[in-house]
Design a protein around this ligand. Sequence first.
Ligand code: BES
Ligand code: ZN
Ligand code: ZN
Length: 477
Amino acid sequence: MKTNTIQNLDNFSGTILIPVFETYEKSIVPISFNGLEIPAKVFYGKKDTHYAVEQNNAIYLFIGLGEKIDYKSLKTVFRSVSSKQKDKLNTNIALVLPEQFDDNQVEAIVSGLFLGTYDLGHFKSDKKIHPFLESDFVLNLFSEKDYLPTIKKGIKIAKAQLEIYNLVDLPPNNVTPKYLAKWAQETGKKYGFDVEVLDFEASKKAKLGAFLAVGKGSENEPQFVIMNYTPKENVAKIKHIGLVGKGITFDTGGLNIKTSGMLHMKCDMAGGAAVFGAMQLIADLQLPVKVTAIVPCAENSVDAKSFVPSDVIHSYSGHSIEIIDTDAEGRLVLADGLSYLITNYKPEYIIDIATLTGSSVGTFGYECAALFTNNDEISKKLQESGDEIGERLWPLPLWEAYKSDIESDIADVKNYSGKPVAGAISAAKFLEYFTQEHPAWAHLDIAGVAFGDDEFAKSKHATAYGVHLLTKFIENL
Ligand code: BES
Ligand code: ZN
Ligand code: ZN
């Protein structure tokens, strides 16, 4: 694929995409472009409407944006054009970008166009290739301003998000812990970050007891993935960020087997996938930061070797954990991920991200992730980053009063209060226990936002929530 800037459209043959802000329905001034005039009664830029005209060898596709539009909606409008108007698209596209667009808007448009190439039908026999993915595809920018760097960034964001759509949507008999570890190794090689993988034996030697308690009950060997990124160029006073993502490739609940919602549990590695996607994007953008990221990958399965309720296990931190419920497995693998990160790498900032609790879905639904942190700077920066790109989050408390929820009689802590209340908060308190009072730690519970319904498919599918959010947060630090 190629990107070009063009100055005139007179002899252009291909499809010309023209975003249009809403004018007045009864306006007597037509929308005019390159000699074409569209009367307002036919098209006046209302959101989710378009109008196509053929002239000479070109299709002019006018795209309504409404009066004003936020980042996420703009991205969705263009994803929709790209995925649903395929009959009007081809391998030569001109994108008209009026000067009134800012860089963020252009980034959203381009990301949306490329996300529209996503095909959920991974295993369908009659797959058609999207014109934007053909090798001769050219994206021509028709604009007074130089948007090329922004376009390139928009494409990189979409590329990382598309990878994560794949990882989350592919079924658990494909995406095993080993599949994820291999993906990380290959992506690290391609984009420039180091990857180390601890298999079952290496994890045992390292004493990752909480991680292995979850992973040992599966035919699919658990893999503890450690990634390190440093920019190619020397940066004075470089910031070091640590990321940890929940990589449960399928959550049956374990012996406390799930009685509802199991069908969707291939999404239980979406936090890990967000971390993988962020690593690809951070390296692709060559951000001037140091990042250490850990994704404990395991399947929570039902087996004679599975851990059982009332087991006491021994975590990497040295603290013992009483298992109240084997379905509260995410916090166990994250506990070892966090301890391993802090003990061995001591990052300045730490963010963990996980599809951790049904309780966070009960609280915020499908629109917003739950944010837990005692650090006001991080809280503000994460929320601002999320608002900019439409990946929203909202804080919940980590008050001392909730500590009793995880106090055990037999061990240092227990993995579940046993009560059906404040589930997202007690899970966060459990994680906090393993952060060694780190002053700049935040936890994101993304159970409601990682996998959802939208206009692009009949069933729930990946949103890639977190890939852009984590990257944007790190950029804004
Ligand atoms: N993977 C689930 C949480 C989840 C719920 C993810 C909905 C995505 C959508 C997690 O491991 C889990 O099972 N949590 C239990 C914990 C409980 C047993 C303490 C929950 O939230 O019900
Ligand atoms: Zn679970
Ligand atoms: Zn889970």
